[in-house]
Design a binder for this molecule. Structure first.
Ligand code: PDD
Length: 286
């Protein structure tokens, strides 16, 4: 494997970026992460992602350098890679660090911050134009999902179930209400109003989600409501879409065996999708 990796302030060759067997990220999933998109070398909402990374870390008692420093480091690192002017996906991971295995971590540990740039690998254009299928399943995660933790077992198992069912994503339900996807947030559209579950501790407050709520919907003059969505409302609504850094704005036209609305991408969803594309300046094939 080739390429350059950011490792605690240094840029090293991929083969020299090694994980210690007593790294707590490796042994306990004791860490947090971010995924940031770069469009033609330009970071998209990098500040928001790095601020969330610092926040996630502080929620699990890891102190990171200020977001401004991490933002600079990320930009400098991308310039040193083959993705300097390309569409890219930046993976940023923080581990609490290395210590002899014991559940309670020692005081004063040095966190390990790594960054890895890779291709953005956007979803096929057909998905965006025609919509995708999702499945639903119970949310089996812990109660602090607002932290972007690297402990993702329930999420990866849910995504695998979705793939096996020929679906793009698995949407999780808790106590009869929908929470979010295994790696995306969910919206519905009812009477021209955009509705999404509130940013409680049971979901990750996605940066793409916030972009829709605070930027795209207001620009398009759509009202947004952050309110709990019963599972049965989801099944009977006319429009559904997902948001996420790698998902972007993804229309949903089938939930389990049920077709959503008339099975076509709805007007509001299409407008939000197009506004997002314009914002990111993402042109296919470039
Ligand atoms: N996942 N909810 C969950 C559980 C997520 O893992 C993600 C993102 C989102 C969307 O957040 P954002 O809009 O900030 O990307 C919501 C990333 C992309 C991942 O795990 O690869």
């Amino acid at each position: 494997m080739s390429g350059k990796i950011y490792y605690n302030g240094n840029i090293v060759d991929r083969e020299n970026a090694k994980v210690d067997i007593e790294d707590r990220g490796y042994q306990f999933a004791d860490g947090v992460y971010e995924v940031v998109a770069f469009y033609h070398g330009e970071p998209f909402t990098l500040n928001e992602h790095m601020e969330r990374l610092v926040f996630s870390a502080s929620e699990i008692d890891i102190e990171l350098p200020p977001a401004e420093i991490l933002i600079k480091e990320a930009k400098n690192y991308i310039k040193e890679t083959e993705y300097a002017d390309k569409n890219a996906k930046l993976y940023v991971q923080v581990s609490r660090g290395v210590a002899s295995r014991s559940h309670a971590y020692p005081d004063g540990m040095e966190p390990i911050i790594i960054m890895k740039a890779g291709p953005l690998d956007p979803n096929p254009e057909k998905y965006f134009q025609e919509g995708v299928k999702i499945i639903t399943l119970p949310d089996e995660r812990w109660s602090r999902c607002y932290i972007k933790s690297i402990a993702l077992l329930p999420n990866i198992l849910a995504k695998k179930k979705a793939k096996k069912a020929g679906a793009y994503e698995a949407i999780m339900t808790r106590d009869g209400f929908i929470t979010e996807g295994s790696s995306s947030n969910i919206f519905i559209v009812e009477d021209e109003t955009i509705i999404t579950p509130p940013a409680t501790n049971y979901i990750l407050n996605g940066i793409t989600r916030q972009t829709v709520i605070n930027r795209l919907a207001p620009e398009l003059n759509y009202e947004v409501k952050e309110e709990s969505i019963p599972y049965y409302t989801l099944l009977n609504t006319d429009q559904v879409f997902l948001t996420g850094t790698t998902t972007e704005i993804m229309p949903v036209v089938q939930i389990n065996d049920k077709v959503v609305g008339n099975g076509k991408v709805g007007k509001e969803t299409k407008e939000i999708f197009e506004a997002f594309r314009e914002l990111t300046g993402f042109v296919r094939g470039k």
